[in-house]
Design a protein around this ligand. Structure first.
Ligand SMILES: NC(=O)c1ccc[n+]([C@@H]2O[C@H](COP(=O)([O-])OP(=O)(O)OC[C@H]3O[C@@H](n4cnc5c(N)ncnc54)[C@H](OP(=O)(O)O)[C@@H]3O)[C@@H](O)[C@H]2O)c1
Length: 333
């Protein structure tokens, strides 16, 4: 079976749905890479990787096996990855890209993202309230110096397209006019409980494809990303009711909503029944206009991936990262 594709602003095709590979500290590299291999053999073509997920080497080994088999060619696949926050210094984009290419055993990436728009990072497993002394607010000039490194990767033929992730409208407004090579996609948190209508519309207006992470509401996300106020997309009454009407699990309704709205979801699962039904759900039994409207109205504006560990010393709380007042927050947030 062949699945729909969408066109990016640079004319390159991208599959309408992909598979995530972040094991959320619960699923190890072996499990995730085995699922990726099976998923590609089943029909997935878009795989969302990142160096920080620490599984690109195993994914690469199994992808190489699939390609060696000859039934699927490199050009049939759409492999995307992301530069981690500790690789924003001079020369780092090339180093990070080279490591990812070596691990994934590829000559080029289809899409390469800046994972977060600042060089703030923490050791794995750190306390959610800890602050790194090196963390700082977003600085346009610093981001652009790094973006220029990313642009060179396109010039070198190592990367076909560039993307940004975890951005806000004020940050996009600051950097888009300065980009020689514009981002074709923005990877952002999107699910029925967090629809980000303004940022979504901004992307569409600017010909930037929204790619939806946590499209099912990330029920297995790490504990550090879980708070008692969080709304679970799969438990929202509107999603549960529509799921009953279509006789499918609520997760499937989240993905149908995503593809029909126009974002590209990248759901994660290591369970074959889940990832197979996920890929198929966007091409069968669509939601009605009334169902789409009901989900739109139920948006709970509930961000799950708040990014607390990227805050700088003195910042009040995680809202500082997201420029909710309409301007880029600085030290005094
Ligand atoms: N750019 C970024 O900063 C960023 C941030 C977060 C994530 N991501 C990317 O986005 C991907 C997806 O996000 P995510 O993994 O956090 O969240 P998600 O895809 O919303 O949720 C994944 C979980 O949903 C459950 N699930 C999947 N399919 C299902 C189905 N058909 N029925 C029932 N449950 C189902 C699985 O739970 P069980 O394991 O219990 O089956 C799975 O662990 C990641 O893997 C990663 O590639 C990017």
């Amino acid at each position: 079976m062949s699945y729909p594709v969408k066109k990016l602003s640079n004319g390159i095709s991208i599959p309408y749905m992909g598979m995530g590979t972040f094991g959320s500290d619960r699923y190890g590299a072996r499990e995730v890479s085995a699922a990726v291999k099976d998923a590609v053999e089943y029909g997935y073509r878009l795989i969302d990787c990142a160096s920080v997920y620490q599984n690109e080497d195993l994914i690469g080994k199994l992808l190489a096996d699939v390609l060696a088999d000859g039934k699927i060619k490199r050009e049939d696949l759409f492999i995307q990855s992301k530069v981690w926050n500790d690789m924003h210094h001079k020369g780092d984009a090339l180093l990070s890209c080279a490591k990812t290419l070596k691990d994934l055993q590829l000559d080029y990436l289809d899409l390469y993202f800046v994972h977060w728009p600042f060089p703030n990072f923490h050791p794995p497993g750190c306390d959610v309230d800890s602050r790194s002394p090196d963390s700082r607010p977003f600085i346009t000039e610093e981001f652009m110096a790094f973006w220029q490194q990313m642009e060179k990767l396109v010039d070198m033929g190592l990367v076909k397209s560039l993307g940004m992730s975890n951005m806000t409208i004020p940050k996009m407004e600051a950097v888009l006019p300065l980009c020689r090579i514009k981002p074709v996609a923005l990877e952002m948190e999107l699910h029925p409980a967090f629809q980000q209508p303004e940022l979504f519309d901004y992307c569409i207006k600017n010909n930037i494809q929204p790619i939806a992470f946590c499209p099912i509401g990330s029920p297995e996300r790490p504990d550090r990303d879980t708070t008692s106020e969080d709304v679970a997309a799969t438990q929202m009454p509107v999603i549960v009711d529509i799921a009953k009407a279509h006789n499918v699990p609520p997760a499937i309704i989240c993905l149908k909503w995503a593809t029909q709205r126009g974002q590209i979801p990248i759901p994660f699962s290591v369970r074959p029944n889940e990832y197979k039904s996920n890929l198929e759900c966007g091409v069968t039994d669509p939601l009605t206009d009334a169902e789409m409207e009901a989900i739109k109205k139920a948006d709970a504006n509930c961000r799950l991936i708040k990014g607390q560990v990227f805050l700088w010393e003195g910042a009040t709380d995680w809202h500082c990262l997201w420029d909710e007042g309409g301007t880029i927050n600085g030290w005094n947030c």
